[in-house]
Design a protein around this ligand. Structure first.
Ligand code: 9MR
Length: 366
């Protein structure tokens, strides 16, 4: 009898754990009638090397965005030499699991192939621009759901960023990028994606850009507001105004790279270089062991406020994508200071749902 006890205990423990997992709600199911729920996928996850995360992705998300593998420096590492390996694996994973891919991205000033860095001739830039969009977008037409055709082309004041494309191709390059994408990928939705475009000046720039594309008779299906914000300081009024103004243009509104940092940002400080001192480093990385409950609640409240707003505007919002599956994956552990411990997502480093997860789930009244 006594000998049997541990067995009985372990059976019930297994049953308990099993039930607990089965009872974790699924974001994609809970928000089925509202909008798609996405996550960024990194190389490990796409390669199938992170099976626990993959299981969670299948359970929780119906949309994915490749965090890096479809960016130009990876997909066209050398002039006219393409590497589609990871992107093709992602397509296969998504197809098998009935997940929509938002491909990211075709034209961006950052993460460009090395051969672009010193390119002087406008003709070469134009050739790259046409070939890259045409080749990559046509390969995945009908296989990916959507493309971020142009990423982060605006300055904070709403003017066009002075990057290699503006410099060599002129003001109309964004319209041209959409025109080329439309031709190469007629069965794929086409989006403009940027950060801070909920802010009034940058938003005005984005609206002008979208109107210009529309006026040229070129297709643009939606706009992605990235959503890299700070827990406890989310610009709710600007976000609401943005949803109204962008949807008034007749396009989908999406939140495409959502994460809420809980760490101090050195750029908010008057002294720029606090991070360089030992004292500064400790101050800048206060939660190395765990997130205190008070901050956990701040994070949860910000997420609850955001999703309450998203649900209110569900007819205008087509997708909400988190920039990563769990806190361990987040780029915010390495930016703007390397080696910190941040907690910006809904799942912790052990892939367990955090209080914020349950507050998000509770914003849907069924
Ligand atoms: O999360 C991405 C990170 O792994 C890369 O190192 C980084 C390089 O620029 O890009 C990150 O993703 C960015 C996205 O592609 C565009 N918007 C900002 C994202 C965070 O930097």
């Amino acid at each position: 009898m006594i000998k049997k006890l541990p067995l009985i205990f372990s059976v019930s423990a297994v049953l308990f754990v099993g039930t607990a997992i089965a009872q974790t709600p699924s974001l994609k199911d809970v928000f089925k009638k509202e909008f798609l729920i996405g996550t960024a996928m990194n190389a490990q996850q796409i390669e199938g090397k992170d099976t626990a995360a993959d299981r969670l992705i299948k359970q929780q998300f119906n949309a994915v965005t490749p965090e890096n593998c479809m960016k130009a420096e990876i997909i066209q590492p050398r002039w006219d030499t393409y590497n589609f390996d990871l992107a093709d694996k992602l397509v296969a994973f998504a197809k098998k699991n009935n997940i929509k891919i938002n491909a990211h991205n075709l034209i961006w000033h950052s993460q460009l192939p090395a051969f672009m860095h010193h390119m002087q001739s406008a003709d070469s830039v134009r050739q790259y621009f046409v070939n890259h969009i045409t080749k990559v977008a046509s390969r995945y037409d009908g296989k990916v759901y959507s493309w971020d055709v142009v990423n982060e082309a605006l300055n904070e004041d709403g003017t066009l960023r002075k990057d290699i494309f503006l410099d060599k191709l002129g003001d109309d390059y964004i319209v041209e990028a959409f025109r080329l994408a439309q031709k190469a990928a007629p069965h794929t939705k086409l989006y403009y994606n940027d950060y801070n475009i909920e802010q009034p000046k940058k938003r005005a720039g984005a609206i002008a850009l979208i109107k210009k594309i529309q006026a040229a008779g070129v297709r643009i299906d939606g706009v992605g507001i990235q959503g890299h914000w700070k827990a406890g300081n989310v610009p709710m009024a600007d976000i609401e105004e943005s949803i109204k103004e962008y949807s008034a243009l007749g396009i989908e509104v999406m939140f495409t790279e959502l994460d809420l940092s809980v760490l101090p940002n050195p750029w908010d400080k008057v002294t720029a270089d606090v991070s360089a001192t030992t004292e500064g480093s400790a101050k800048m990385n206060p939660y190395t062991k765990s997130l205190p409950d008070s901050m956990q609640q701040v994070l949860a409240k910000s997420y609850a406020d955001l999703f309450t707003l998203f649900v209110k505007y569900k007819k205008d919002i087509s997708r909400v994508t988190f920039w990563g599956v769990d806190d361990g994956q987040s780029w915010l552990n390495g930016f703007p200071i390397r080696g910190r411990t941040n907690y910006p997502l809904l799942f912790d480093r052990n892939l367990k749902p955090k209080p914020a997860f349950f507050r998000v789930i509770a914003t849907v009244k069924k």
